[in-house]
Design a protein around this ligand. Structure first.
Ligand code: ADP
Length: 174
């Protein structure tokens, strides 16, 4: 299967795709940034499902992912992944960010998702350097498409800020 990688600038909550990925925090109980936007626009259903997951397994570990329905959003699923907080590269941040993308893709593929949209995980209040984060995101998506993918036909990187958009544009053009 030929899987397409696309880049857009915009708000991930508006995306009509099978799954959107949320840059959640380990509490799974909501936060600011993209997480806040998803819960605000998706309505209380998403948080209710997150609470059920928390009661079952406790917090979500950094680098891990879980999924819920997407409430009032046009997507079918929200895949919540917990990105690493940037600690000057001393805390396995690179591996953990790669794990976020890999686990999210694994969950999506297992849900028979055909289209998935990613935000720029960890590049907001978690301060992961944007160029390095984009390179990891693109590398892991390409690796997954080439080696593990069964069902995903479209992966969309949704950049909210101009800087991330330009960085992705440059790397994808290489
Ligand atoms: P983190 O804690 O993982 O850094 P943030 O939500 O603070 O998460 O930021 C992650 C990225 O999400 C940032 O690049 C930010 O610009 C972006 N972002 C914020 N709101 C939205 C949105 N509605 N849609 C897509 N991306 C968003």
């Amino acid at each position: 299967m030929k899987t397409e990688i696309k880049l857009i600038k915009g708000d991930i909550t508006t995306m009509t795709v099978d799954a959107i990925v949320n840059a959640a925090n380990s509490s799974l109980l909501g936060g600011g940034g993209v997480d806040g936007a998803i819960h605000r626009k998706g309505g209380p259903q998403i948080l209710e499902e997150c609470k059920v997951i928390r009661n079952r397994q406790g917090k979500c570990k950094t680098g891990d992912a879980v999924y819920t329905s997407a409430g009032l959003l046009p997507a079918k699923y929200v895949i919540h992944t917990v990105g690493p907080i940037w600690m000057m590269g001393k805390n396995k941040e690179t591996e953990l960010l790669a794990s976020c993308y890999r686990k999210s893709l694994e969950i999506a593929d297992s849900l028979l998702v055909k289209s998935i949209a990613f935000p720029n995980i960890s590049t907001g209040v978690y301060h992961f350097p944007k160029t390095e984060a984009a390179q990891i995101a693109i590398d892991i998506v390409k690796e997954f498409i080439d080696n593990n993918n069964k069902n995903i036909e479209e992966v969309i990187f949704v950049c909210f800020d101009d800087e991330n958009y330009r960085i992705y544009e440059n790397i994808l053009a290489e």
